[in-house]
Design a protein around this ligand. Sequence first.
Ligand code: PMP
Ligand code: GLU
Length: 379
Amino acid sequence: MKPLSKKVAAIVPSATIEISNRAKKMQREGIDVISLSIGEPDFDTPKHIRDACIDALNRGETHYAPSNGIPELLSAISEKITGENNFSCKPDQVIVACGAKDAIYEGMEAVLNPGDEVLLLTPAWVSYEPCVQMAGGKIVKHAVNQKTFQLDDSLLERVTTSTKMIVVNSPSNPSGAVFDKKSMNLIADLCQDHDLYAMSDEIYEKLVYGKGHISLASIGDMAHRTITINGFSKAYAMTGWRLGYAVAPKEIINEMSKVQQHSVSQATTFAMWGAVAALKGDQHCVEEMRAEFDRRRIYIMKELSRMGYETAPADGAFYAFVKVEGDDMAIASRWLEKGHVAATPGSAFDAPGWIRLSYAASMDRLREAMERIRDVGGN
Ligand code: PMP
Ligand code: GLU
């Protein structure tokens, strides 16, 4: 047989999904594994959102819809962005995709040519690099300061004549860090000075604890050069719905639309009606979930510190990023095999020496997990 695609062969599988699959397999074998490996809210999607989807199904919203999304959802997103994120967005600057991940992939395809360099701030979530690779781009990594998890001028040294885009993810998966105004301004200045595009993944914008969220596109002329990524998975506990979106200048959306038309066609029609209810409905559910994550965050950070672990500032998202002494892969394996706690090694995020724990699990499970980690140790 002739060899399969070299491009795909060069891509590594998603570590977050692989470890979670491994934990699920152990659970099926009857082992009581506590899975803190995947970033997924443990809450059910709020009832009014589920009801809106069921109503849509029952009234026959089971057909193809416009590829970029139903007009009601495009309007709801444009109103949300204009009202909350401090930059102007018209419905034709929005595309609804099958999850934020799909929106990221389409955005990369729309912007990149072979050989274009994309700056990635590490530690970084696992899927940015493969999306860039699949679109033919080349990743150039820049590690953020591992004490403050903020940026400084050393970022400028990574720019070459081939740099086309920078990927920003604040609040960050995996570190939980939130970029302050200075870091965000530095990125904006860099983009403006070197005529770069930015992809700003703001999927955790609603999960911040004490710090405010800043949308990159709200700074200077950034709205003209930024693809803002967002979705419903994290804020509304809708991971399995596979709904996300991108907001960008119309010319970029038009290119993303072509990729979407020839791949997934559109997001699921009746699911999009649920998303309309999510954005237009009462937002108390978002605050309730955020407050519960905050409670767990405070607990887990206290416990980790009591055990002597250093951690990244957990100002957003639902991850504790823990510094370990030694090989993070070996330590995460020990936590899983001996302690039956699944966690994701930092190496998967280009941060060897760290381990990511998702605290999107019940307090009882978190308490048990902390005891098990204490028992099997790490440092
Ligand atoms: N961006 C980040 C930073 C994430 O953590 C995730 C979680 N999977 C995604 C994007 C993708 O989310 P979605 O479920 O909407 O595809
Ligand atoms: N974003 C989550 C995580 O990092 C979900 C899994 C994934 O899509 O990578 O664990």
